[in-house]
Design a protein around this ligand. Structure first.
Ligand code: TRP
Ligand code: CA
Ligand code: ZN
Length: 315
């Protein structure tokens, strides 16, 4: 039989108290920490259904969802309706870039300590040359489904949760920079984490974790090691996505990435599968970045990792 021994000093007098617990069946209910709610497994079909909608929006609007175009605003409207119906407080933040109107969509989950805000975000705009389903329908859909899962679970974390979808990333991080620049100094320091998801369903995927805030990085690595999936540090484009303005403002940042135009090496194909010598995403910024340009396994794992990190970092 397995015996576990728990010993600690009594509060008064420093007298050691020893408890023998047999078979793991007995718990010290008086002092056991409350067990945090476990993060949900997001349904892949739900994440993919959002991608199908974004693809339809692009197809109906000239083949793209780019800044200043009808397909971008239709993408915003699709997400906003879902978030409003789920009980989020949504804000549309309007700005101008290259002579056209752009939008950030911010969704706050009521409750939690607004002095400690955990944010997760993704850019929602595509380039004008394609529908932008991996870049960045994938991150946008995973963050949306995480928010909807928060609502389904009626999750009540200690910290305040905020989700964001950025406009005009493809013009040079315009939307996210606009948001950060307009935050009061005090509000910047109230953001305890910003998590960024830009391209997380690449068709020939790698599993890359941003090498940034150590606690955030550890949380993501913990999730993937639980799946038995090796990860690497993201090096394809530090500062090339919406976490950069947050990082410059002193906010702890992290994120996930499955690769863009860089080629997968033989060593990477050996550990992750896929095709060596081929780009992680051959359709990066092209018209073929459609719903066919998604690796379901990568999208599923990364979407679940988004939910895991949001739950873990906000409890
Ligand atoms: N942000 C780039 C885009 O949208 C894609 C990209 C390249 C990227 N390298 C990256 C995203 C590294 C995150 C991390 O076109
Ligand atoms: Ca899942
Ligand atoms: Zn992108």
């Amino acid at each position: 039989m397995k015996l576990s021994v728990s010993a600690r000093a009594a509060a008064a007098g420093g007298i050691a108290t020893v408890m023998l617990l047999t078979g793991g069946a007995v718990a010290d209910a008086a002092s056991a920490p409350p067990r945090p709610a476990a993060a949900p497994d997001l349904p892949l079909a739900s994440v993919k259904a959002h991608l199908t909608q974004l693809q339809s929006i692009a197809t109906a609007n000239g083949g793209n969802r780019a800044h200043g175009r009808a397909g971008y605003k239709a993408s915003i409207d699709y997400l906003k309706a879902k978030l409003d119906a789920a009980g989020f407080t949504t804000t549309l933040q309007q700005f101008t870039a290259s002579g056209r109107t752009g939008y950030n969509l911010i969704a706050d989950w009521p409750g939690g300590d607004t002095g400690q805000v955990v944010m997760a975000g993704s850019h929602l705009d595509s380039v004008s040359s394609g529908p932008g389903i991996n870049d960045n329908g994938s991150g946008s859909a995973a963050v949306l489904e995480t928010a909807l899962a928060v609502s389904r679970a009626q999750y009540k974390p200690t910290k305040h949760l905020r989700f964001a979808w950025w406009g005009a990333e493809e013009l040079g991080l315009v939307g996210s920079r606009y948001y950060v620049n307009r935050l009061a100094t005090g509000d910047r320091s109230r953001i305890s984490a910003y998590l960024n998801f830009d391209m997380i369903g690449s068709p020939n995927p790698g599993y890359f974790v941003y090498d940034d805030d150590p606690a955030i990085e550890k949380t993501f690595k913990e999730y993937f090691s639980g799946l038995g999936v090796p990860t690497e540090i993201e090096t394809e484009g530090d500062g090339r996505s919406d976490h950069a303005p947050f990082k410059s403002a002193g906010v702890p940042v992290g994120g996930l990435f499955t690769g863009a135009s860089r080629a997968k090496t033989a060593a990477q194909a050996a550990k992750w599968g896929g095709t060596a010598g081929r780009a992680f995403d051959r359709c990066y910024h092209s018209s073929c970045d459609t719903t066919a340009n998604i690796n379901d396994t990568a999208l599923d794992r990364n979407s679940d990792a988004v939910a895991y990190a949001v739950w873990e970092l906000s409890e």
